[in-house]
Design a protein around this ligand. Structure first.
Ligand code: SF4
Length: 411
């Protein structure tokens, strides 16, 4: 055998069994094993490549070979009790399932002026057909072509793409409705923002005043929705409540690249989203705000689970880079050449790969929602009663037995 034909091999092992001299050997490619890290594992990367290439749901075979429980989203199970009902089939269209979500502030009631015009409580929302937004990842071998491809993908999907304002180019003019320029209160941003932008994101520090943020955004992009980005860390519940009370319509909770809190690696994205969601419910403010979450969302199931925990929608960051065949080798962080030269990729190719990936995520969301018997993504938000959390089950089942201290032997 001069060269292997990995892309055609079906792993039937016939060649290995039938080789009379037992010369053929097959093992996992060491380069594959080396890819990524503990969060963006080789398995996750290769599945995202498949989805970006084909737009199809990756099927790994019968049964689930993975662990029963794990950290983060892996300690959460969704209620799939309706999976046996064929009418609940969102993908094949036998029952319509809506994945549309609204971003912005929806008033509790409408007020009318004397001439029956709607008063100040006019709702200002952006409806997106999928609860998935995309944003520029923290690193990558990126070029204007990449940014333009991502903007095109967001436009084709009808969703939004958050990017630093100085990365916006003239070629994105046609996609301006899908852009979310990221601005900083400290200034230094590009002054030119294309017409048609509907939402802006502002990074908010602990000392920043909500009113100042709203005024700043209104001056920069009049009429656009404001999304305040805060780190997922201790005290985020109070900060979110303050922002909502001051009139900020969207809060974006940003976790780390591996889906944890920024100041506590033992706590995960799902815990942060739940905590803020419940604080808003407690104060009767949940419907006055849109909650976005980002950080470490690696699989379609993470989208559904984030929404169950209380997010309205999530941002994908590294998946839109992995869709372009990134290996998460981090060579670009060390100023070394990218092995796949992502920055040279044509914008149309970039757009198609990302559209395929989000399309595959969308189909999996439909599968989960169909199996849960949910017909509307807006209804899924905060439906924690339709999920089980390992920590809670563990506590309710074994909590009364006490804790085992280190060094103490059980009888
Ligand atoms: S493949 Fe490696 S060098 Fe290229 S963008 Fe991805 S992490 Fe960076």
């Amino acid at each position: 055998m001069l060269d292997s034909i990995d892309y055609l091999c079906m792993n039937c092992f016939r060649c290995i069994q039938n080789c009379p001299k037992e010369l053929i050997h097959k093992s996992v490619n060491p380069e594959y094993k080396e890819m990524g890290d503990y969060h963006w594992s080789a398995d996750i990367i290769s599945r995202q490549w498949y989805q970006a290439e084909t737009g199809k749901i990756p099927v790994s075979g019968a049964g689930y070979p993975g662990p029963f429980c794990g950290p983060g989203f892996d300690s959460m199970w969704t209620d799939m009790s309706e999976i046996v009902r064929p009418t609940r089939d969102g993908i094949h269209g036998r029952e319509y399932i809506s994945t549309m979500v609204d971003l912005g502030r929806t008033p509790q009631y409408l007020t009318f002026g004397e001439s029956t015009e709607i008063g100040q409580s006019r709702p200002q929302v952006i409806s997106v057909p999928v609860p998935i937004l995309i944003r520029v990842p923290e690193f990558g071998d990126l070029s204007d072509l990449t940014f333009e491809g991502w903007a095109r993908a967001a436009s084709m999907l009808g969703t939004l793409f958050a990017l630093p304002s100085d990365c916006i180019t003239m070629s994105m003019l046609g996609d301006s409705q899908s852009l979310v320029p990221i601005l900083s209160l400290g200034g230094g941003d590009q002054d030119w923002i294309p017409e048609g932008v509907r939402m802006v994101e502002i990074e908010v520090g602990e000392e920043d005043d909500a009113e100042e943020i709203l005024n700043f955004a209104d001056k920069k992009v009049p009429g656009a929705l404001v999304s305040a980005r805060i780190p997922m860390d201790k005290g985020m519940e109070d900060r979110t409540l303050n922002l909502v009370k001051a009139g900020v319509p969207i809060v974006h909770l940003q976790g780390t690249w591996d889906g944890r809190w920024q100041d506590d690696e033992s706590r995960f994205l799902k815990d942060g989203i739940r905590s803020v969601h419940l604080a808003l419910v407690e104060d009767g403010l949940r419907d006055s705000i849109t909650l976005l979450a980002s950080g470490g969302i690696a699989m379609a199931e993470h989208v559904a689970k984030s929404i169950i925990c209380g997010a309205d929608a999530v941002y994908l960051d590294f998946p839109i880079l992995i869709a372009l065949e990134c290996r998460m080798c981090r060579r670009c962080l060390k100023n070394l050449p990218c092995p796949v030269e992502i920055g040279l990729a044509e914008r149309q190719w970039v757009a198609k790969r990302v559209r395929n990936l989000v399309g595959a995520f969308h189909n999996q969301l439909l599968e989960v929602m169909g199996a849960m018997g949910m017909r509307d993504a807006r209804r899924l938000r905060g439906e924690a009663g339709r999920a089980m959390f390992f920590e809670e089950l563990d506590q309710s089942t074994f909590g009364q037995l006490g804790t085992v201290e280190e060094g103490v032997e059980l009888e």
